[in-house]
Design a protein around this ligand. Sequence first.
Ligand SMILES: [Zn+2]
Length: 113
Amino acid sequence: MIIRLNNEKRRARMLSVDDGLTPTQWIAICNAFGCCCAYCGNAVTDQDTEMDHVVPIVRGGRHGPCNIAPACERCNAKKKDKPVNVFLKVHGLNPTAVAERFALALQRLGEAA
Ligand SMILES: [Zn+2]
């Protein structure tokens, strides 16, 4: 019983690990996406850019630079905790265009590093 409790505590602790995202990393990610929503591709401003967890936290995603993308309020509100592929399909967004935006952003982030 004690071992089981310890395992559950350990699991809870691991799940709550915050990979961390610095303000500098967030700005670099937004710039890498060309100050556009990662999903619809519309231009976003500092005021209306929201931080989207690509893999939602409730689905095991982390709060770290590898799992964060800029999203407009509209897309973020629609995506909520849906997996990306489901969100794109339900809302008629082009998965190829989204994949290209992510690939370009990753390339830009790689060049900046
Ligand atoms: Zn959008």
